[in-house]
Design a protein around this ligand. Structure first.
Ligand code: RRO
Length: 308
């Protein structure tokens, strides 16, 4: 089965790729993604200066998913800018994920990383884990200001990684912002911010930063991810490419994202838990599912979710 897909005019050899944050901080990790079956190389969200991130333990995997408070550990944009030409030689698209510790950082990093010519830039408006800094994506005005500034300084397609929204009013408010900012694709969703996992035996939290609060990922967030993919697919009437991220553990989960309107699917928790072999497994499982359902290619099921 051909699982290739196109987002904002860029062709991906497979619809599966890493979610930013999962095995994509160091040069070695990024090169390994390039050599794997993944359909793209997505970098860790980058800041101006290199960062060690929050104190450990800062990731915890459990049966239903994961909780993390990594705190943006990354090499700094200069290192990623230098790496991009080498990564591009591996024959798949490179997505540079841009973050920042303040609003001004975003256009600074975006301009510099754009000069290194990644295939696409993803603007992360949804890191939940920097103590004292709210997720920008929950502030519509700040999001609009920032996206308009970034759009002006980049030449490659610009995507936005959004946090989950839990009310249609918030989907439509952000949809209106997105439509005014020259956004080329959406990535939905980042982790469900500031959850809390408790170990009842030891009567203690499971990660150290922020008193144990952190971003939830994995199976437990799939319905939230699907809802956000579907809500934005409808708002943009299928005309905005969407990367579905959240809760994809097997091929059927990916199929559900495609039905809701995703053009590609990113893998976070289960990539961390299972390693790079996850991409081959998911490709096999999604192919089986599409065959079983009589679909000949991805586009045939995209957005085709039925309502009662
Ligand atoms: O590094 C992190 O703590 C982190 C980031 Br930037 C993000 O966007 N989402 C997440 O779950 N963790």
């Amino acid at each position: 089965m051909d699982l290739s897909t196109t987002i904002a005019g860029v062709r991906f050899p497979s619809c599966f790729m890493n979610a930013s944050g999962a095995l994509c901080v160091t040069r070695e990790e990024l090169l390994a993604l390039g050599r794997s079956c993944a359909g793209a190389i997505v970098t860790k969200s980058m800041t101006v200066e290199p960062r060690d991130g929050n104190s450990t333990p800062r990731y915890y995997g459990f049966s239903g998913g994961s909780i993390n408070s990594m705190g943006l550990p990354n090499l700094g944009y200069r290192a990623y800018a230098e790496l991009i030409p080498e990564l591009k030689r591996l024959g798949k698209p490179v997505i540079a994920s841009v973050a920042g510790l303040c609003e001004d950082d975003f256009p600074t990093i975006a301009a510099m990383i754009d000069a290194a010519k990644p295939d696409l830039i993803e603007v992360n408006l949804s890191c939940p884990n920097i103590p004292g800094k709210p997720q920008i994506g929950y502030d519509a005005e700040a999001s609009e200001r920032l996206l308009k500034r970034v759009r002006k300084v980049i030449t490659v397609p610009m995507g936005v990684k959004l946090p989950p929204y839990f009310d249609p009013a918030h989907h439509s408010a952000m949809g209106a912002v997105i439509s005014r900012c020259g956004v080329d694709f959406l990535n939905l969703i980042n982790s469900v911010g500031n959850g809390l996992v408790v170990d009842p035996e030891r009567e203690v939290v499971v990660i150290k930063p922020k008193g144990g609060f952190g971003g939830l990922g994995g199976s437990i967030i799939k319905p939230v991810a699907l809802a956000n993919v579907r809500a934005f697919w409808k708002i943009f009437e299928g005309r905005m490419p969407i990367i579905g991220t959240g809760g994809v553990v097997n091929g059927v989960d990916a199929f559900e994202h495609l039905l809701c309107g995703a053009s590609a699917v990113q893998i976070g928790t289960v990539l961390v838990e299972e390693g790079l072999g996850v991409f081959r497994r998911l490709e096999t499982e999604l192919t089986e599912q599409l065959d079983k359902k009589g679909y000949k290619k991805l586009e045939d099921c995209r957005g085709k979710l039925k309502e009662l």
